[in-house]
Design a protein around this ligand. Structure first.
Ligand code: SAM
Length: 205
């Protein structure tokens, strides 16, 4: 922990040491193991520095590891030598994984990041990418949990797929933004369903 930080900033301000990160992620792994169904999937975004450490921490909580996914951001950003264009997504399951809902998605996923102008959170993820991930691992009627939900992008993806969602967020500001985003997405989804129903009723008449 950085010496000048107050306790509440330890996680939120990314001030934890490598060991702090590892022990925290191990606990997250145990909690995932506790709340998920057997076969449930865990997907976590992580950069190249911490990828292997994160996977080890989760494996030490008795989660089963699967091939790491690559998020190809389609163009490069900063980087001293080779410029950064990707992020990793560590994939684990609780024991034998539940079968995929579709088999047409590879483990290199090309999606543009949310631009600085469009984003509400510094590490906001593109909802289309999250929707693709969930569409593979989450069965119809399934439940999605994001214990670090930021502005609720995973929740939006879940709602768009008709899945239920539970999210936690430390920052009140981000929590409020997540809440309104989820309300807006649910209303849009309900309207889309209503017009789809109206369309099918018209066809029946
Ligand atoms: C990497 S960001 C997630 C961004 C999110 N994927 C999005 O697209 O908006 C992690 C979030 O976890 C929150 N956080 C950190 N520690 C937490 C804790 N112990 N409980 C709940 N949320 C926490 C931070 O405030 C931050 O918004």
């Amino acid at each position: 922990m950085v010496r000048s930080m107050v306790d509440a900033e330890w996680i939120a301000g990314d001030g934890m040491s490598t060991s702090g990160f590892l022990w925290t992620m191990r606990e997250v792994g145990w909690q995932a193991r506790r709340v998920l169904r057997p076969g449930g999937h865990v997907l976590m975004f992580i950069d190249w520095r911490m990828c292997e450490l994160l996977a080890s921490a989760l494996e030490s909580a008795d989660l089963r590891r699967h091939p790491t996914l690559v998020w190809d951001k389609t163009y490069f950003g900063m980087g001293a030598i080779f410029r950064n264009q990707h992020e990793f997504i560590v994939h684990m399951s609780v024991g034998t994984p539940s079968p995929p809902q579709r088999q047409d998605v590879g483990n290199v996923l090309s999606f543009k990041p949310v631009t600085v102008a469009d984003r509400d959170h510094p590490t906001e993820k593109p909802v289309d990418l999250l929707e693709t991930l969930l569409s593979v691992v989450c069965p119809p009627g399934g439940h999605v949990i994001d214990p670090f939900m930021g502005v609720g992008t995973v929740g939006s993806a879940a709602v768009r797929l008709g899945l239920s969602f539970t999210g936690c967020e430390l920052s009140e500001g981000f929590y409020r933004q997540a809440y309104s985003r989820l309300v807006n997405t649910s209303e849009a989804a309900a309207e889309a369903n209503a017009s789809a129903c109206a369309g099918s009723q018209q066809r029946l008449l």
